[in-house]
Design a protein around this ligand. Structure first.
Ligand code: MSP
Length: 537
């Protein structure tokens, strides 16, 4: 049960077309949503992450026919592939919605009936150019050389009887909500793009039904039509919370705090979707965050170019957590980002293997060896406040970590996933290792302080150095937790050998975890296996 709206954090991914196997773009959105969900959960929120598959419409109907399969059987197979991949990638979702689910279908019908009864839907005819790839009507201005730029195919001309949704009626109200950020569209450039689109023309009513497409939800008031796939799909954001289709009974978690989408589906999400909600009298999502696309070597990924990066290949080569890291640190979330397997391998080596993995291994080795496998005993008042060694003042660990925590917070509130993780592991908007992340800093600290030599000169000072380093690892394990949950677990297993002690640590809230000194002297530690194995040649 929910304990109040402000404790909720509801986040959604788009639902993915069940016309082909999941690809890296889908993984990108979903991992980002999972990172935010985990971060909010650690912050004590009641989190609900919704994802799923979009299973109706002409595109899928055609694909199923090509595969010689019944449509339901076809989407069952694809939907399972998404579920398997999300499990592999450790996506902690609250629900995986499928639009062919009878519950969803019934709720969509109920909602359509409400819209019809309110007069928001009316019968008419529609004619225009339809791109099956986008499942959208297109205008001449949307096309490049007569083709849809996203699919590089010429749209079909369609003229048919249909039911239309009134769009212009609420257009001004929608503009106002966007301008006031009541329905916040982020990043800013996308907000401006949507506003200029909405202000430059009167919206045309859109067709929300299709006559000759059997693979869809029949309209309750005219079963000779099926529901336009986007209308069917949008309502998943409500039905995924067990909504039955009545505007009077809105789920507790509503509205979404963040809806993550790719830039290709911004227009529909910023027009049709809020307009449906406004007609229904349901509050709009708080934020629609648009990310860019993953490019491979600067180009759109395509089978013809042979530059498609398969998620399974990435997972196979780098492991699950590293794949999550490489996706999230590939570049600014919100812009297009470029990814190649070669660059990913370089980053794996620099940031994870030589960065985080090496730091953990070095600290645990020297600590275990010189302090009988326990966290050294130190005078707490001195720890983390900096020490002078060889005439050089080193480690301002406490302050550094405190500012790192607030930077992470600030970045994640604005969905700057790459910046947040870079603050811990590397630094730089391009995701490159400029050596300023906490991991890099602590690696330098250990290089400089050389505790393996220092131990022969000054055991107390060495204890301080080692304590700093171990406590840093505890903090780092918390910081990376939403991004790399398994790696975080592995670090905690090395820092808290005793399962009970580990359970106590893991039951902390993030604000408790941030307090410097959480690692108690005498806690049993043990070096584990390398976190990031060398890549096979
Ligand atoms: N089914 C619709 C969404 C309905 S939501 C009510 C759909 N599905 S999709 O499978 O084609 O795409 C889903 C998401 O994947 C979109 O947000 C899209 O931007 C994203 N990506 C597809 N290719 C991508 C990349 N190459 N890079 C990053 N994301 C990309 O649209």
């Amino acid at each position: 049960m929910s304990t109040g709206k402000n404790k909720n954090f509801y986040i959604t991914t788009p639902i993915y077309y069940a016309n082909a196997r999941p690809h890296i773009g889908h993984a990108y959105t979903t991992v980002a949503a999972d990172v935010l969900a985990r971060w909010n959960k650690l912050n004590g929120k009641e989190v609900f992450l919704l994802t799923g598959t979009d299973e109706h419409g002409l595109k899928i109907q055609k694909k199923a026919e090509e595969a010689g399969k019944d449509a339901q059987q076809f989407v069952d197979g694809i939907s399972d592939e998404f579920k398997i991949l999300w499990k592999k990638l450790n996506i902690d979702y609250g629900n995986f919605i499928r639009t062919s689910d009878p519950f969803h279908k019934k709720a969509v019908q109920n909602a359509l009936q409400v819209l019809k009864d309110k007069g928001a839907i009316y019968p008419g005819t529609y004619e225009g150019l339809y791109c099956v790839g986008c499942e959208q009507f297109k205008t001449e201005t949307d096309l490049v050389d007569g083709k849809c730029p996203d699919h590089n195919t010429a749209p079909e001309y369609v003229k048919e009887e249909c039911y239309l949704l009134k769009m212009a009626e609420v257009q001004d109200a929608l503009i106002e909500k966007i301008e006031k950020d009541e329905f916040c569209i982020a990043p800013e450039k996308y907000k401006n793009e949507v506003l200029s689109f909405l202000k430059n023309q009167k919206l045309k009513d859109i067709s929300i039904s299709r006559k000759n497409i059997s693979w869809g939800i029949p309209l309750p008031f005219d079963p000779s039509h099926t529901t336009y796939v986007w209308v069917d799909a949008f309502l998943n954001y409500l039905t995924g919370l067990d909504w039955e289709g009545s505007p009077e009974k809105i789920p507790d978690q509503w509205p979404p705090d963040v809806q993550i989408i790719g830039k290709d589906i911004l227009r529909v999400h910023a027009t049709i979707w809020p307009i449906i909600l406004m007609h229904l009298g349901i509050p709009l999502p708080k934020k629609l965050f648009t990310h860019g696309h993953i490019l491979a070597g600067g180009k759109k990924m395509s089978k013809t170019l042979g530059n498609v990066i398969a998620v399974d290949e990435m997972i196979g080569k780098f492991g699950v957590d590293a794949t999550r890291y490489l996706l999230m640190s590939a570049g600014t979330f919100g812009e297009d980002v470029d990814l190649t397997m070669d660059r990913a391998a370089e980053k794996y080596a620099s940031d994870l293997q030589n960065g985080l993995g090496n730091l953990v291994a070095r600290v645990l080795t020297v600590a275990e060896k010189n302090f009988e496998g326990k966290v050294p005993d130190v005078n707490k008042t001195e720890t983390g406040e900096g020490h002078t060694f060889k005439g050089v003042y080193f480690s301002r660990t406490v302050q550094d970590f405190a500012s790192c925590w607030s930077a992470i917070d600030e970045y994640l509130v604005h969905l700057r996933m790459n910046m947040a993780i870079s603050t811990v592991i590397a630094f730089g908007e391009d995701g490159g290792s400029a050596g300023k992340g906490m991991v890099a800093k602590q690696n330098k600290f250990i290089d400089h302080s050389e505790p393996w030599k220092l131990i022969k000169i000054d055991k107390n000072l060495t204890a301080l150095v080692i304590y700093d380093l171990l406590e840093s690892l505890r903090q780092i394990a918390w910081m990376i937790r939403p991004f790399m949950p398994e790696t975080s677990d592995k670090i905690f297993a090395q820092l808290f050998v005793d399962e009970k002690e580990r359970a106590v640590e893991l039951s902390k809230t993030l604000s408790e975890a941030q307090e410097w000194g959480g690692l108690k002297s005498g806690t049993k530690i043990k070096k584990g296996e390398g976190l990031f194995p060398r890549l096979a040649k």
